[in-house]
Design a protein around this ligand. Structure first.
Ligand code: AQP
Length: 335
């Protein structure tokens, strides 16, 4: 199948902090594994991060480090187009068009918005971008006429919003956009926080013990797993009892890190306890991340490489983005 015939994929990640195991298992690993199956567009969603990062030096550093980490995880710039969202003004232009077409009620219903709002008590510190974020995200996806959006389960609602908005636009102005589908892998669709399994592992949560950063040192990784919340039961089994969500999280990470199946893992821990499991998951995670961390260091030391990759990515992304935006402008009567 030629590149053009393969389903097109668009997904993004914010440079809002270090990449963690939730980003990796929920999204990035799938991007890497499926690179040959799809025609891939992966975006550093830097304008989305402006809601939380208000420091130019930090933003510049985060953007570059995130690219290095994606490359270290296995994104191959030959097979995937990697680019910075902010380098293509087409994203913000289409976002404005979509903001104008987005019913306020649709935006106010978004769980992530409600969740983040509940954490911020000062209204003065809540940016409008937190509310309108899905309109920019819809622009990111629809500009590329993406068929599929590989994401973690936390993004399901935003992709549904994108589909609804695309259908609304098509309805009003005539057939323009492909309706994209979320692609969510069941096994690790949601990686909860290690300290509060009711919440997702997240970059912006101030409790750093709840997440494993991909650049965490081995002793830090092991310590975070040792402190992870479990329960007062004893047997190490995969259970969907909500009271045992912390245990299921650790077991699911262990499964993802080792590639072992559930029966093998349960057999491995018969007669052993949570302490043994925590040591094992710590060691397996350290071993899995070791080559990624080494590759990350190598890429960061290669000064011109990241810029070269991103310049080329922006050129390739622009070809598609411009074409879609021209079509949209004609439909809405701006040309
Ligand atoms: N805990 C998670 N489990 C599974 N998937 C996750 N993703 C994020 N957290 C988890 C997936 O990672 C991709 C990139 O996410 P993002 O950085 O663009 O945005 P996010 O969902 O807002 O991630 P964070 O880490 O929680 O960042 P903050 O705290 O800044 O909001 C997405 O596909 C997402 O589903």
């Amino acid at each position: 199948m030629s590149e053009q015939e393969k389903p097109r994929v668009l997904s993004g990640i914010q440079p809002s902090g270090s990449m963690h195991l939730g980003n990796y298992l929920g999204a990035i690993r799938n991007w890497v594994d499926d690179q040959d199956k799809y025609n891939n567009y992966f975006m550093i969603a830097d304008y989305h991060s402006l809601n939380t990062i208000r420091n130019g030096t930090e933003m510049r550093r985060n953007r570059k480090e995130l690219v290095a980490m994606l490359l270290a995880c296995g994104i191959d710039p030959e097979r995937s187009v990697l680019f910075y969202q902010s380098e293509l003004p087409e994203h913000t232009e289409l976002a404005w068009i979509f903001t104008s077409l987005s019913p306020l009620g649709w935006l106010e219903r978004m769980t992530q918005y409600k969740d983040k709002m509940s954490r911020l008590t000062e209204t003065a510190s809540i940016s409008t971008g937190l509310l309108t974020y899905p309109a920019l995200q819809a622009a990111d996806i629809l500009l590329y006429q993406a068929d599929l959006v590989p994401v973690g389960a936390d993004q399901r609602q935003h992709i549904e919003f994108t589909r609804d908005l695309a259908a609304r636009f098509n309805n009003i102005f005539g057939e323009t956009f492909v309706l994209p589908k979320a692609e969510i892998r069941k096994e690790v669709a949601n990686v909860p926080s290690l300290t509060n399994p009711a919440k997702k592992m997240s970059k912006s949560n101030p409790d750093g013990n709840g997440r494993i950063d991909l650049l965490d040192q081995p002793n830090v990784i092991k310590k975070k797993f040792k402190r992870a919340t479990t329960d007062s039961f004893r047997d190490v089994v995969f259970s969907d009892d909500p009271e045992r969500a912390g245990l299921l999280n650790i077991l699911s990470i262990y499964k993802a890190m080792t590639g072992k199946d559930e029966a093998t893992i349960e057999a491995e821990f018969v007669g052993k306890g949570y302490g043994d499991l925590k040591v094992a998951v710590g060691e397996a995670t350290v071993a899995h991340l070791e080559p990624i961390q080494a590759e990350y260091k190598r890429i960061m030391a290669d000064k011109g490489y990241i810029k070269e990759v991103m310049d080329d990515g922006a050129d390739r992304a622009r070809r598609i983005a411009r074409k879609t935006l021209r079509k949209v402008r004609r439909k809405i009567g701006m040309e």
